[in-house]
Design a protein around this ligand. Sequence first.
Ligand code: GAR
Length: 221
Amino acid sequence: MAKKKISLVVLISGGGSNLQAIIDAIKNQQLDAEIKTVISNQVTAGGLDRAALADIETHVVDHKQFPDRQTFDRALVNIIDPLRPDLVVLAGFMRILSDGFIDHFHDRLVNIHPSLLPKYKGLNTHQMAIDNHDAVHGASVHYVSHELDSGPIVIQAEVPVLDSDDKNSLASRVLEQEHKIYPMMLQMVADGRLTFDGEQLNLDNKPLHKPLLWKNNKLST
Ligand code: GAR
């Protein structure tokens, strides 16, 4: 019997390499999921081409055409709701979402952020890790709560910062790990191992008190 697939709506703003990692994981049968649609707030987002190549429906909702954040977010909800996705996946979606949007999807809204949260919320995370002489940097996959780049963290990937790193070299090594941990997290949901009710994160029926750690290609608790 075919395995149950979770349904996803993916929101992007840019190149869409995380979207591509999700598409590839589905294609390679490492992720039991179906992407219902991809929504971009940028008409030029490279991720739109990636979706089209994979025969996934796309929408552009240009935030500049809306008078305020609430109206823009309602337009997103109007596309997403009829699709009844199991998860709304933010994959490089560079808009701050309204409280109304976050409340609406409170138990099924996930994000990937290029830092070891709660360190370095917002932008320029790689440069900050270098400027602060951090030995390790990384990325976090988390459910989304009201405060920017906050909410229960499921997996963090650690990436060493090298003396030779500039923000681009560091970003590209972090991105490589993002491409592993996002599909991994989504598969935990597909397997029914990871659940979130809006407050409590559970893995294998036990509360997940601290993020799982992805390091040297291994996942540990
Ligand atoms: C990724 O590094 C992602 O973590 C980051 O944007 C990049 C998108 O790359 N997201 C954020 O900074 C959200 N706060 P992609 O378009 O190639 O997936």
